[in-house]
Design a protein around this ligand. Structure first.
Ligand code: ADP
Length: 492
């Protein structure tokens, strides 16, 4: 507790504009989902006026930042990468405290989040350009890339560090300035990260962060201002739709990472250890609160009994508790509203005939570790005999519930997997490589993990098809989202 108090004392608690943290009276509660109590308070910025100040700062810094040498931008990103590792203890603890994930997983996110800084420090010095002779003239086609300009980056609460670095690192590498709007539920990690950017030598105004409970006003104010040139958003599909509509006014570039409804296919040839080793992180990592989380398990009838039995066993081994406590492998949900949604989805499935094989409710106090407060906990759950029309098949659960749907035919599994408006992540497990790669290739999603439960990598393009989003983050594609192509024609 003394260490936690000291950490919270050291962490900035107000918006970061033009290279400094603003003053003000902290008045917006940051909750600790493991206790349901208030962790600390941050200053709730007036969305319109502070948002405009943040954009002013980003616009003022844009030309100079775009003109810095790529090597210099690269070195700043590299220093920020190193500082994330040096401050891993603080960043991990902040994430666990404000978001609830187990501390080990928070350390994992520090590594993953920092990796975007390292990857894009390496991409910054490899900006694309090319030279061609025109096919039918003694003339040259020269293409270069330029930063798109000031970016509004809106991030969710489930990965408080990496959702920010995944946008900010490529933006900075490309030469763009940024206004970050971190999720109001988890502002502390983002503010600690702003301190890292400042300490890494990032010039004032290049990245600004507005902490506000009024996201709608902030985004509509900034998007009505023609100086903003891009919006990059990670969050729910309904909010993404609103932002896309608003982006049309000034024809903004957009990148959207929206909702998912990941199918997890267990094929007849699946090796059971492989299937379970993939299923557990695919479902339960990050408390089940990931847009890539397996949402529906389609299991072939020939392996269904064995798979389900092992899944239940492993699920019952998960240790529910406060993320900060040693041994916890399943933390609390982010807020009571999230718990309500999970309960509703489970109740709906049960009403339609599903069986609760384990979990299926909030834990009783005596099921939590000693000394654990009654936070927003839900027991890790497996549902069997889930009918096709259950809401869990259509809606993102965002919690530790694994619905198992048994099917007799692989083609039906593929059809069911694709019967959704989403297409972010999917999983396929099978030892018959020809079959599993064929199936993986026919699932309509931006990403597929084969015989694995986690696929995220700064070096790989992350993103969805259909209503799961537009654009890609990470890899080479990630920096292209922040660049415009310019074409110059010259006589030869
Ligand atoms: P989640 O279910 O992950 O909370 P949201 O889409 O509600 O998904 O939130 C993701 C981010 O979008 C958060 O930073 C939130 O503050 C922000 N947000 C919510 N509503 C709006 C809006 N109308 N305009 C812009 N950003 C919004």
């Amino acid at each position: 507790p003394a260490q936690v108090a000291d950490l919270l004392e050291r962490t900035p608690r107000s918006s970061f504009i033009g290279g400094r943290f603003l003053g003000g009276t902290p008045d917006l509660d940051v909750q600790d989902p493991a206790t349901g109590g208030t962790l600390t308070q941050v200053v709730d910025a007036d969305a319109a006026s502070i948002g405009e100040k943040a954009l002013d700062a980003a616009v003022a810094a844009q030309a100079d930042w775009a003109a810095t040498l790529p090597r210099e931008r690269s070195e700043i990103l590299r220093r920020a990468y190193e500082l994330c590792h040096e401050r891993a203890d603080d960043l991990a603890a902040l994430m666990t405290l404000e978001m609830g994930k187990p501390l080990d997983e928070a350390y994992g996110e520090v590594t993953y989040g920092a990796e975007f800084l390292r990857w894009f420090s390496e991409e910054a010095v490899r900006l694309p350009g090319r030279f061609r002779q025109a096919p039918a003239a003694e003339q040259a086609i020269l293409t270069t890339s330029r930063p798109v300009g000031p970016v509004l980056a809106i991030t969710p609460w489930n990965f408080p560090l990496s959702m920010g670095t995944r946008k900010i690192a490529p933006a900075l590498a490309a030469g763009c300035t940024v206004v970050l709007k971190p999720a109001e539920l988890t502002p502390l990690t983002s503010l600690a990260f702003c301190q890292i950017l400042a300490d890494a030598g990032l010039p004032a105004g290049v990245v600004n962060a507005v902490v506000t409970s009024d996201a709608g006003t902030l985004s509509s104010t900034l998007m009505a201002d023609a100086r903003l040139r891009k919006v990059s958003f990670t969050g729910s599909t309904p909010v993404g739709r609103t932002l896309l509509a608003q982006a049309s006014e000034h024809v903004l570039r957009t990148s959207m990472e929206l909702g998912g409804n990941a199918p997890f296919l267990v094929l007849p040839s699946a090796d059971m250890d492989t299937a379970i080793d993939a299923a557990m992180p695919a479902k339960f990592r990050n408390n089940g609160e990931a847009c890539t989380a397996a949402n529906r398990f389609y299991v072939h009838s020939s392996v269904a009994e064995e798979f389900t039995r092992h899944l239940v066993e492993k699920t019952e081994e998960l240790q529910v508790g406060a993320g900060i406590d040693e041994g916890t492998t399943m933390g609390p949900m982010i807020e009571p509203k999230a718990l309500d949604k999970i309960e509703e989805l489970v109740a709906d499935a049960v009403e339609r005939g599903a069986k609760v094989l384990t979990g299926g409710r909030r834990p009783r106090a005596d099921e939590l570790p000693e000394g654990c407060a009654e936070g927003f906990f839900y027991l890790p759950t497996v549902l069997g005999d889930v009918p096709a029309d259950a809401r869990v098949n259509r809606e993102e659960i965002f919690g530790p519930v694994a619905p198992v749907i048994v099917m007799d035919d692989v083609e039906d599994m593929v059809r069911a997997a694709n019967d959704t408006e989403f297409g972010l992540m999917s999983y396929a497990v099978g030892a018959d490589l020809a079959e599993v790669t064929d199936v993986a290739g026919r699932i309509e999603s931006g990403m597929v993990a084969v015989n694995l439960g986690v696929a995220s990598d700064a070096a790989a393009p992350f993103g969805g098809v259909k209503e799961s989003g537009l654009g890609r983050e990470g890899s080479h594609e990630g920096i292209a989202e922040y660049l415009e192509t310019t074409y110059v024609r010259l006589p030869l």
